[in-house]
Design a protein around this ligand. Structure first.
Ligand code: ADP
Ligand code: MG
Length: 247
């Protein structure tokens, strides 16, 4: 069951991330504002008060989830495309998700080759990885294993990153909808934006993704990126210098 992506037209449809963030976050903010406005009325009964307050808090939480799917790592400083050490970036992403994995009893196994370099914006690449990894964890509410591998393809000049879970999997039609804005099977817990953002970032990085899935068995994503020959890769300079370039 394969779905060689690129949902280019759909991804193109939401080309300006900032514009879509403000659009997405406006709804919960508007709802919250409405409930706060109603709370100004001193005569409303206590149970209604509680309901308005709970709804306002829920809506603010939702706004936060949406922001996280878009820009978990937006920082005030400017990021730009640089040479990324694949292993370092994957490890940072996994570290950020490790409390979430623990909470879901998900065991993370990694096998990451050294000295793999690709071009990208580090913040965006991490956002892409996190959105995919997070879905893997969420697909295993009762625990399971998440495996992450990074290696250079034996047959081509590609870096391959495999992310595999032993979760609930997807049907053929669900797999086909992956990356469509607002496609989510998680009801109010989902945004349906995580994969769209991940695919958009992959496309910017000249990457591809291959996804395969089996219901109740699990899902595997294979990300492919063109290899970059790092100038210091040959070991002329120590590794610490290479890291400094990325940060
Ligand atoms: P969200 O996670 O908010 O629902 P995403 O865009 O991140 O939105 O994912 C869209 C949908 O794709 C999910 O709701 C889920 O149905 C499906 N999906 C994505 N990754 C996986 C996975 N690893 N296992 C099972 N289903 C997945
Ligand atoms: Mg998601």
């Amino acid at each position: 069951l394969r779905n060689a992506v690129v949902k280019s037209d759909k991804i193109e449809a939401i080309s300006h991330l900032a514009a879509s963030v403000s659009h997405e976050v406006r709804n919960p903010l508007t709802v919250t504002r409405g409930f706060l406005q109603m709370l100004k009325d001193p005569t409303i009964p206590e149970e209604k008060r509680q309901f308005y307050l709970d709804t306002a808090i829920d809506e603010l939480d939702r706004a936060e989830v949406i922001l996280k799917d878009y820009l978990s790592f937006s920082k005030p400083q400017h990021h730009h495309v640089s040479i990324l050490n694949v292993k370092t970036e994957i490890e940072k992403s996994l570290e950020l998700l490790s409390p979430y994995a623990n909470h879901n009893s998900v065991k993370v196994t990694k096998s990451l080759a050294e000295n793999l370099y690709i071009n990208g914006d580090p913040a965006k690449f991490q956002q892409c990885l996190i959105n995919i990894l997070k879905n893997g964890i969420e697909a295993m509410p009762n625990g399971g294993s998440l495996t992450v591998q990074a290696k250079q393809s034996a047959t081509s000049q590609n870096i391959l990153i495999e992310i595999e879970d032993t979760g609930i999997g997807m049907t053929t039609s669900q797999l086909a909808k992956l990356g469509e804005p607002y496609f989510s099977t998680k009801q109010e817990k989902g945004t349906g934006l995580g994969m769209m953002v991940a695919y958009k970032i992959l496309k910017e990085m000249n990457g591809y993704v291959d996804s395969s899935s089996k219901v109740n068995k699990g899902t595997r994503f294979t990300l492919k990126f063109p290899v970059v020959n790092h100038p210091y890769k040959s070991g002329i300079l120590p590794n610490t210098t290479v890291k400094g370039i990325n940060s």
